[in-house]
Ligand binder design. Structure first.
Ligand code: ATP
Ligand code: MG
Length: 425
């Protein structure tokens, strides 16, 4: 296309988004709060690739899930290998755990990771095609204390971020010993309800009846309202596990609701499943979800390893927090208004030295009047302005102005950096 044709500006991919300055401050705050809390709880960061072999997700998430059936970004690379942009983190972390033989040294590992995930869903508020998750996983602990620790840590994170208007929903999905009995009872109900179910659920109901409980189509929800409770079908071990989780959470003061309808969209869950829900995001009610997946590591070829994890929807969490308290951009510690080229060059060198000393400096490099520069300092909310005039500089002084009190003081150029560091730190 020639340069002269009317070219449209290139827009980002539908369902993808930019996170701009003004928003990134909040994202960084959330990230720092999460990292510091997780590290205190003994979790270590793991960074996994953004792409994996398609087979990893197909095998771990499950062929009958929304993600694998219709949401994955899958393509053949130039050599014909089938690759997928990760739709979630757990499968990759399991792959890494197995591949690096982590169980041989110490099967008990606690990981966290933060990063983008990709699902080709219908974009809407709180639902994107590239979105971010904050993910934490515990490997190698069968005891319910791992479940409790994760849910407690999640609650503590939300408290630290002042996100209180949320509810934790908890259920148990049983284990391979007790789930088949529940599935059979559910299958019975589903065959009677078949005409009311959506086409996806009609297809899934025989192979994976649990999935129907997770369907958001209103007709399916209605049909499932009278479904039996999985909690009535738990074996003694699963029942004891669930009782310890719920009793201990109550003792720790973590508010939650038992939600027998909660199954979660992925195949690999066993026993405890949970979701943090909010009313703040319209239809997108889940701000975090997680559960135990005791069979996954082994099914991917690793040693039998119980495990549990959660993923927080970072975008949704940021939206909830931003709605409550709009973030403001951090103002500079000091604005330097320099008049004339000699003053500007000197000011620029000072700004470099102050930056090294940890003081945020802002200045303009163009030749602007003092009035224009003071306007700029006001717009940036600078608390102090250093005015560097050509003749004052020649006389060995500059002026420091406090923008709030409007008071000014003359300071000698000699020892200026030390003076400013003391005054501003
Ligand atoms: P939903 O029911 O909203 O589709 P999900 O069960 O597919 O969620 P999970 O796979 O459990 O979600 O992922 C954990 C969290 O990641 C969700 O609770 C949600 O906050 C967030 N999340 C999932 N999909 C998206 C998306 N497309 N855009 C933004 N956040 C998402
Ligand atoms: Mg989904």
């Amino acid at each position: 296309m020639s340069q002269t044709t009317n070219q449209k500006n290139i827009q980002l991919i539908r369902g993808f988004k930019d996170i701009l300055p003004g928003e990134t401050e909040l994202w960084q705050h959330i990230e720092r709060t999460a990292i510091s809390l997780f590290e205190d709880f003994g979790f270590r960061e793991i960074r996994i690739p953004i792409m994996e072999k398609t087979e990893l997700f197909a095998r771990s998430i499950g062929e009958d899930t929304d993600i694998v059936e219709k949401e994955m970004y899958t393509f053949a690379d130039r050599r014909g290998d089938m690759l997928t942009l990760r739709p979630e983190a757990t499968a990759s972390i399991c792959r890494a755990y197995i591949q690096h033989k982590m169980a041989a040294q110490d099967p008990v590992r606690k990981f966290y990771t933060i990063g983008p995930m990709f699902r080709r869903e219908r974009p809407q508020k709180g639902r994107y095609r590239q979105f971010y998750q904050i993910d934490a996983e515990i490997f190698g602990v069968a005891a319910p204390y791992a479940d409790i620790k994760l849910i407690f840590m999640l609650r503590t994170l939300f408290d630290r971020l002042d996100v209180t208007d949320t509810t934790a929903h908890i259920n148990s999905l049983g284990c391979p010993a007790c789930r088949p009995r529940f599935k059979a009872a559910l299958a019975q109900l589903l065959s009677e309800a078949a005409p009311k179910l959506c086409s996806d659920c009609n297809r899934r109901k025989d192979r994976n009846p649990l999935r129907v409980m997770d369907c958001k189509v209103p007709g399916c929800r209605e049909a499932m309202a009278g479904a039996p409770s999985i909690l009535d079908y738990l074996c003694a071990d699963c029942r004891a596990h669930f009782a310890t989780v719920t009793d201990t959470l109550s003792r720790l003061g973590v508010p939650f609701e038992i939600d027998k309808q909660l199954v979660r969209g992925l195949d690999y869950y066993t026993r405890t499943a949970f979701e943090i829900q909010t009313g703040a995001l319209g239809a997108q009610s889940a701000v975090a979800g997680g559960g135990r997946y005791d069979g996954l590591v082994e099914s991917l070829g690793g040693p039998a390893t119980p495990a549990i994890g959660f993923a927080i929807g970072f975008d949704r969490l940021a939206e909830i927090i931003a709605a409550g308290a709009p973030v403001t951009t951090r103002p500079p510690d000091l604005f330097i208004a320099a008049l004339g080229e000699t003053a500007r060059r000197q000011a620029f060198e000072w700004s470099a030295a102050l930056g090294v000393a940890g003081i945020g400096v802002s200045m303009v490099y163009a030749d602007k009047s003092l009035k224009a520069q003071m306007k700029q300092a006001n717009r940036q909310n600078a608390g102090r302005v250093l005015i560097v005039g050509e003749s004052e500089l020649a006389a060995g002084t500059v002026v420091l102005r406090d923008m709030a009190s409007k008071s000014q003081q003359e300071i000698p150029v000699k020892g200026l950096i030390d003076h400013l560091v003391k005054a501003l730190c």
